[in-house]
Structure formats: structure tokens, C-alpha cells
Write a protein that binds this ligand. Sequence first.
Ligand code: ADP
Ligand code: ADP
Length: 226
Amino acid sequence: MATLQLSALQKRYANGFVALHGVDLAVEDGELIVIVGPSGCGKSTLLRTLAGLESITSGELTINGRRVNELEPAERDIAMVFQNYALYPHMSVFDNMAYGLKNRGVPKDDIRRRVNATAELLDLGALLDRRPRQLSGGQRQRVAMGRAIVREPQVFLFDEPLSNLDAKLRVQMRLEIRRLQKRLKVTSVYVTHDQTEAMTLADRLVVMNAGRVEQCGTPMALYERP
Ligand code: ADP
Ligand code: ADP
């Protein structure tokens, strides 16, 4: 259960460059928002502020009405999926997925149950003993997803998670992500520069340009606009 609220969000980097010029955006519970826009428009910056990896200069950013910067790390219940999904090479698929839970002190039986359920969901059940190098690109990407899902976060942040995959796999994973997101109903923000990916995934599309939101609406509404 999570709603996100961005109000007049501004980000000025230490060198003075303003990457976000007052962004307003409300993300509803369970919604999948896709952010598109040219390179350098501020997509990653926005995602990184949402993740709490980057402070904001002014404005406000809240999750369930609470300021992100005032949440304890343990309360910052956000999972991020990158394109360079660095899996631990020396660990099995099971241990890669279990790692975050172990760190949080989740009991062993719970870990086993949650990792197994997540592996089932992602069709990884037969691969739990393998090392990452024994997996295909798509399987590795699914493990990276699994690592995020198994935490049962309130929010998913996706930073071009499919851009390293070949075209066929990208389409397949895109459908997979959409299906999972709808099933798990986790509030999600997804950054991509791929228009087709954006159109097929989004409940709502946010078009950014030069640090501002230019357009926001359902893919149909934006597509039909002259
Ligand atoms: P996108 O993800 O849309 O490609 P970014 O959010 O990565 O865009 O970057 C937005 C702008 O902010 C770019 O002009 C980039 O050069 C600049 N930028 C990113 N990180 C920093 C930083 N640490 N210091 C200064 N400028 C930065
Ligand atoms: P720094 O690490 O650069 O000192 P801070 O994280 O302390 O930056 O934030 C700088 C200012 O912005 C502070 O006044 C802080 O309260 C405010 N701020 C940072 N993040 C948020 C947020 N998510 N919502 C509202 N205010 C914020």
C-alpha cells in the first residue's frame, strides 16, 4: 500500500545545474507510472530522489504522506531494479534472492518460504542452485526482479531494466513485468527511453523534457492528442 506525492520538486546538483525544475506528480496506490523523455531530461535524477539516494533542493517528496528524507532506512520500503543487475557471482540464485532478507534478520524459514514462492512466480524454481554465470540473460534479469519482489516492498523503481536484453527477450520481459506488477499491485515508477515499452506498460505516462513534466496521462489519451 503506497501513494507517492511529488510537489514542486526541485533538484540542483552541487555544480549548480538544475536537473528538476519543480516537478508535480501524484502516483496512486498500485499504479504503474512510466517516465519517458530524451537523455538528460532528468529521469534518473527523479528516480534517485524517489529512492532516497539523492537529496532534493526544494519542494516535497512523500510516501504515504511522510517525507522520504525523514524515514528510517528500514522504513524506506522501496526496491529498485537496474539495467546492470549486479548479481553476486559466487552465490546461488537462492542466496542472491535471500541476501536482502538475511540482512534484515528475517527468520530462516520465512526466507525459504518467500524465496521459493517468488521463484515459482518467476519460473525460477528449477534454477535455485545455479550460479549467475550458468543462466541466460533473461533468467538473470528474472533473478534481479526476484530479488526486488521477495522483499515485498511498497514501491518498485525500475531504471531501464530491460535495455541490456535482446529485442525478443525485451518483449517477453515487458509482458512479464506488467503481469507481475498487476498481480502484486505494487506502486511502481518505471523509467525508459523505449516508446513501445512505455506504451505497453504504463497505466499513466509522464513525458519529461529538460527537467520538467511536459505531458501526463494514459497512453491512449496522449496518443490521441494532436
Ligand atoms: P536522464 O536519466 O533523463 O538521462 P539524468 O537525470 O541522468 O537524465 O540527468 C539530468 C541532467 O542532470 C543531465 O544534464 C545530467 O548531466 C545532469 N546530472 C546528473 N547527475 C549530475 C551530477 N551528479 N552533477 C551534476 N549534474 C548532473
Ligand atoms: P543534504 O544531504 O544536501 O544536506 P538533505 O537531505 O538534508 O540534504 O535535504 C536538504 C533539505 O531538503 C532539508 O531541508 C530537507 O529537510 C529537505 N528535504 C530533503 N528531502 C526531502 C523530502 N523528500 N521532502 C521534503 N523535504 C526534503
